[in-house]
Write a protein that binds this ligand. Structure first.
Ligand SMILES: *Cc1c(COP(=O)(O)O)cnc(C)c1O
Length: 358
C-alpha cells in the first residue's frame, strides 16, 4: 500500500509522474527506445526537454531574457558555481541555517562572504527581515525556504544589488516575481522531480555582464550551458523527463496559484493541530513558518515519547516524519505532491496518540 510520505527530499511525487516515467522507461512515446536509451540529440528527447523548459517558463511567468538550465551536481554544486562565476570581491549572505551556511563556506573560497543578517542566535527559528545590503556587494544570496529549520519568506523584494536565491525546496509552491532575481536555482528533488537534476533560472544579461575576472572551467561556467541549451554535455535525461511530468501535473492542478492554495491549507491544518495537541509543540516563530517543512517537538515533559510516536506513526502508514538530527523531534515535509488526505492522516494519528497517552 502506498504510504503517506512526508520525506524531506527525495520526497513524494505525483502519481502521474511515477506512472508516466515508468512507461517512458519501457518506451518513450512510440520511438522504440527507452528514455534511458534514446539519444539526447534526438528529436524525441528534444521534445521532452523543450516541454520541460517551456512549462518552467510558463508556470513561473519567467521574463524573456532569462534562460532555464538543467544541470547536474545538485544545488550543492551551485554553492560553488555561483561565487566561481560572479564573486569578484564580496557577496552578501543571509544565514538562515544549514544550506546557507554551506553556501557561505563555498563563497569564502573565492572572496569575501559578508553575513548581513542571521537567525543563528535564536536557533534559526525565524527569518530575518528588513535587510541592509551593502551597496558594494557583487550580489545578495538568499535561501527562500530553509528545509531543515522550517522557515520561509514569501515576498520577492528588490535590493540595490543583484539577488541570487536558492529555492530548492519551495520552487513552484507559489507565484514568484522572477524579475526581482538575477538567478534562482535548486535541486529538483523536492518540488519538481526526481533527484539528479538541478534547475537554474538565470538572467542572460547578468550572466554576461557580471562575470568575475578569473579562469573558470568550461563545465562550471553558466555561459557554456546558456549557449548550448543545457546540452554541452549529456544532460540527466530521465530526470528532465520527471520534471516535465511533474510540471504538467502542476499545470493541471491550477498552476503555482493552485499549489499555493493547497500549501496554505496543509500548513494551516498541521500547525493548528501542533498548537492544539497537548503532546506536541511547534519550533518556528509565527510569521516565519514554512509551508513546505513543518518541524515540531514533543511537548515539555513528554520528550521520552519521541521514538514511540515515530513507531506509532509508522503503524499508521505514515513515513518520513523523523526530524533532522540538528533540530530533533519531528519534521513533516509537505511539498506540492503531499495531499490534503496525507495531512489528514497525520493529524488523525496525532489526535489518536493524544487520546492514548495524555
Ligand atoms: C536539499 C537542499 C539543498 C541541497 O540540494 P542537493 O541537490 O542535494 O545538493 C540545498 N538547498 C536547499 C534549500 C535544500 O533544500
Amino acid at each position: 500500500m502506498r504510504k503517506h510520505i512526508f520525506n524531506a527530499g527525495p520526497c513524494k511525487l505525483p502519481d502521474s509522474t511515477l506512472e508516466n516515467t515508468a512507461n517512458a522507461v519501457r518506451e518513450l512515446g512510440n520511438c522504440g527506445q527507452s528514455i534511458m536509451e534514446v539519444s539526447h540529440r534526438s528529436k524525441d528527447f528534444q521534445a521532452v526537454y523543450d516541454e520541460a523548459v517551456s512549462l518552467f517558463k510558463e508556470l513561473l511567468n519567467i521574463p524573456e531574457n532569462y534562460s532555464v538550465l538543467f544541470l547536474g551536481g545538485g544545488a550543492s554544486t551551485q554553492f560553488c558555481m555561483v561565487p566561481y562565476n560572479f564573486l569578484k570581491k564580496k557577496a552578501a549572505f543571509v544565514n538562515t541555517g544549514t544550506w546557507s551556511t554551506k553556501a557561505i563556506k563555498e563563497a569564502k573560497l573565492f572572496g569575501e562572504a559578508e553575513v548581513i543578517a542571521s537567525s543563528e542566535d535564536k536557533g534559526f527559528t525565524f527569518y530575518p527581515k528588513d535587510l541592509q545590503v551593502p551597496a558594494d556587494a557583487d550580489y545578495l544570496h538568499l535561501t527562500s525556504n530553509n528545509t531543515i529549520r522550517g522557515t520561509e519568506f514569501f515576498e520577492d523584494k528588490s535590493y540595490d544589488v543583484p539577488v541570487i536565491c536558492d529555492m530548492s525546496s519551495d520552487i513552484m509552491s507559489r507565484p514568484v516575481d522572477v524579475s526581482k532575481y538575477a538567478m534562482i536555482y535548486g535541486g529538483c528533488q523536492k518540488n519538481v522531480g526526481a533527484a539528479g537534476v538541478t534547475f537554474v533560472i538565470i538572467n542572460n544579461d547578468f550572466a554576461k555582464e557580471n562575470l568575475a575576472d578569473r579562469v573558470i572551467p568550461t563545465m562550471l561556467k553558466y555561459q557554456t550551458h546558456i549557449d548550448k541549451d543545457s546540452m554541452f554535455n549529456t544532460p540527466p535525461c530521465i530526470n528532465i523527463f520527471t520534471v516535465k511530468e511533474t510540471l504538467k501535473w502542476v499545470k493541471a492542478n491550477g498552476g503555482v496559484e493552485g499549489m499555493e492554495k493547497l500549501a496554505k491549507q496543509r500548513e494551516e491544518m498541521l500547525y493548528a493541530e501542533i498548537e492544539r495537541n497537548s503532546m506536541f509543540k511547534p519550533v518556528v516563530e509565527e510569521g516565519s513558518r514554512s509551508r513546505m517543512n513543518i518541524p515540531f517537538l514533543m511537548a515539555d515533559g513528554k520528550e521520552d515519547l519521541m521514538s514511540d510516536f515515530i513507531a506509532f506513526s509508522e503503524k499508521h502508514n505514515i513515513c518520513g516524519i523523523k526530524g533532522h538530527r540538528s533540530v530533533g523531534g519531528f519534521r513533516a515535509s509537505t511539498y506540492n505532491a503531499c495531499s490534503i488526505e496525507d495531512v489528514e492522516a497525520l493529524v488523525a494519528c496525532m489526535k489518536e496518540y493524544e487520546t492514548l497517552k495524555a
